[in-house]
Ligand binder design. Sequence first.
Ligand code: NAD
Length: 250
Amino acid sequence: MLKNKRALVTGSTSGIGLAIARALADAGADVILNGLGDPATIAVLREELGATYNGANLMDSGAIAEMMGEIGPVDILVNNAGMQHVAAIEDFPPEKWDAILALNLSAAFHTTRLAVPGMKAKGWGRIINTASAHSQVASPFKSAYVAAKHGLAGFTKTIALELATHGITANCISPGYVWTPLVENQIPDTMAARGMTREAVMNDVLLAKQPTKSFIQPEDVAALAVFLCGDAARGITGANYAIDGGWTAE
Ligand code: NAD
């Protein structure tokens, strides 16, 4: 279905991005991996997916420009890399605010502005931004993340309108809680910020948000991304797809 399509998936060495990269490769795309991690593990992933890899640090706009120059035109761009930090606003470290805005929001601006000319030249493109339920609703102690994800949703709508007549779609996928390192790593800070045990954080903070009372599977998010890359999704642009077990329905 995606034969001869080149797909860059940022933050694809782990979690949701890796599941999307696997699903796009299964659908026939040539995948370019990006993300941090142990070189030996990344070499195994490259082999498994028949993929290339660029390890640019996406908090650095110069490194993004270098990466986009090195990899050349892409047909599919999945802006997925992201990070979280959990702290009360008065304790929120300014450097964490800057890092989260750079990675979760500004990186998508830079990759997109550099990918769009190639997509316009072909008259075809798919831009998928991994946003979050936090692009639509807030939770306490996540000021930077919620601000970045709301910004990403607005950015996506804007480029969808700009690119609508060029055969290029731009959409957000907004998962609820997916069991990945990003979620696991926020448990200790959430325990500290809220004075809770690990079990209480899991049940009363994380799964409390999701009426289904279960985590979303990365593979399910990936299946939605593949659908958005297909011909049947050519009329879907500027949308923000919740895959959140009913969280944002409340
Ligand atoms: P993860 O921690 O498993 O993966 C994050 C990826 O980003 C990794 O590949 C990591 O190497 C990469 N990355 C981190 N810093 C980077 C940098 N400076 N430069 C380049 N790459 C970098 O997390 P995940 O849960 O798979 O999250 C992926 C996306 O999904 C994020 O945007 C996150 O906000 C979003 N999301 C996650 C959940 C969830 O519950 N896990 C829910 C909603 C949205």
